[in-house]
Write a protein of this length. Structure first.
Length: 184
């Protein structure tokens, strides 16, 4: 019974919201990431770091391949002392550990980077959404991707506020950029 009461209360609240006249708009989140200045800046920063990681991984992999080739070359190994062969094996082990560590850090970076982009853009959308919703009389703005299905005829052009949200995000971005330049 205790579990049913909150469910009944939530259902009643939902019916009350539905009973009132609501103006619902939609925002295309992917477009906000791809087309806003904030989204582009975050994507560029992410891509720069990703390229640096890839370069580090590729360099370490190249070194490891070179050491591995030396370890496979009988003539090269015959020309080395026992200590030299051991040092070469140690170098291969060290490079393999570095490569594994860099790869693990790369995957962590990728996950954290995606999360950061999403969080940053969500913050920008939230700020712009509040302003757009109040100026255009919307009671709710939904992420278009959050809905499994929306009939196209129910999304009138005036209900898709993605372009307005992007303009608002760009305006906030420009203001914050100018403020940051003044501080420097």
């Amino acid at each position: 019974m205790k579990k049913i009461l909150p469910l009944i209360a939530l259902t009643c609240a939902a019916f009350q919201l539905c009973a009132k006249e609501q103006k619902v708009g939609v925002v295309n989140f992917n477009s906000c990431i791809a087309d806003s200045k904030l989204g582009k800046q975050e994507q560029n920063a992410f891509e720069t770091m990703r390229k640096q990681f890839i370069s580090l991984v590729e360099d370490t992999d190249k070194q490891l391949r070179e050491v591995s080739e030396k370890l496979q070359d009988k003539d090269h190994l015959d020309g080395l002392s026992d200590e030299g062969v051991e040092a070469l094996h140690a170098k291969a082990g060290q490079l393999q550990e570095e490569l594994n560590r860099y790869q693990q850090q790369y995957y962590q970076f990728m996950e954290q980077g995606r999360y950061k982009i999403i969080q940053t853009v969500v913050g920008g959308i939230s700020g712009a959404a509040e302003e757009i919703a109040s100026s255009k009389g919307f009671t709710v703005l939904l992420n278009k991707e959050a809905c499994f299905y929306v009939a196209p005829e129910h999304i009138a052009p005036d209900l898709d506020v993605t372009a307005d949200i992007i303009k608002g995000m760009d305006k906030q971005f420009d203001e914050e950029s100018k403020a940051a330049e003044k501080k420097e």
